[in-house]
Design a protein around this ligand. Structure first.
Ligand SMILES: [Zn+2]
Length: 308
């Protein structure tokens, strides 16, 4: 076998070289023990298989096609955007592992939005903002069951999970432009954490999983874990970005001040509107108008009532 012959030859060469080195380095130490280093063969590991989703229209019910941007665009996004050092944290379980509050951020950060692709071509059904007793940190886009859900920018899938009481099946992608986007209530997830995804690639199928009434895509845009109103970045009428280079600043997080002004009472067993009014110091009629309920409305245990 030629391989064994080669190995023998290399071993001999190594022995010879070691001996000559010892002799040359110190002519008197011929009797000294010569330690031969074992020959380490070079191990070539197989390439890690890259997950490539199947784009065939028969499987995914694609109802339109889109050209995938060139890789040059992809690299450009990295150069222009300012990547914060907190992004050294890579969690495949937490949506916001950074613990950075950007309400008072001092700098302005430039984000390259030029590679945007609409995650769903359909209309907005619900906006970012206050819901009756909680805040809606994304927007809802209409989808039919198993409609293709597309990645909004180039990036890497950070997490894919199931949240029975919230997002249902959802995906979070970190983009090379510094944003992170979340896609919720999916019927199916077609990517894995760690996958590199291009803008416009199919990452999941539209559904109504988790806390959802009817088929829709819940779409969030975040920076360092802090949600940004997608309307600040994207014009959903024309399906394009509002700015190719977006200047992100504290202005985009001022909504949080409004949230912190609001106080909620969690309804406990035995609570009545009168009792909550006493405890919070807010009148029953004010409680009713704040929450859009009547004096006779049933109070469900665990639900939250706004009182400021
Ligand atoms: Zn939603």
């Amino acid at each position: 076998m030629p391989d064994t012959d080669n190995l023998k030859l290399i071993s001999l060469l190594l022995i010879f070289l070691t001996f000559s080195f010892v002799i040359t380095a110190d002519g008197k130490s011929k009797k000294r023990e010569v330690v031969l280093l074992p020959i380490k063969p070079t191990v070539i590991l197989p390439d890690i298989p890259v997950y490539t989703p199947d784009y065939s229209s028969e499987i995914f019910g694609l109802n339109y096609s889109r050209t995938i941007p060139d890789l040059i665009e992809f690299d450009r996004g990295c150069e222009i955007s300012d990547m914060p050092e907190e992004y050294d944290i890579w969690s495949d379980s937490k949506i916001n592992p950074y613990q950075v509050d950007l309400v008072n951020m001092k700098d302005t950060v430039t984000l390259d939005l030029s590679g945007y692709c609409p995650p769903s071509m359909k209309y907005v059904t619900s906006d970012f903002g206050f819901r009756r007793w909680r805040y809606h940190y994304g927007i809802d886009l209409k989808v039919e069951r198993n409609d293709s859900v597309l990645c909004a920018f180039d990036g890497v899938v950070r997490l894919t999970r199931y949240d029975r009481r919230g997002y249902g099946y959802y995906i979070l992608v970190r983009h090379f432009n510094g944003l992170e986007t979340l896609y919720g209530h999916l019927n199916n997830i077609l990517v894995n954490p760690g996958d590199t995804i291009r803008s416009g690639s199919i990452i999941g199928l539209g559904g109504s999983t988790g806390r959802s009434t009817g088929y829709h895509l819940h779409f969030e845009t975040r920076y360092l874990g802090n949600p940004i109103n997608p309307h600040d970045l994207i014009d959903f009428e024309s399906q394009t970005v509002k700015f190719d280079k977006f200047q992100l600043s504290a202005n985009n997080f001022q909504y949080k001040k409004e949230i912190s002004k609001r106080r909620y009472w969690t309804i406990r067993r035995g609570d009545t509107l009168g009792r909550i009014a006493m405890r919070t110091g807010v009148s029953v009629s004010r409680l009713c108008s704040l929450n859009g309920i009547r004096r006779s409305s049933l109070l469900r245990v665990g639900r939250k009532l706004r009182y400021t």
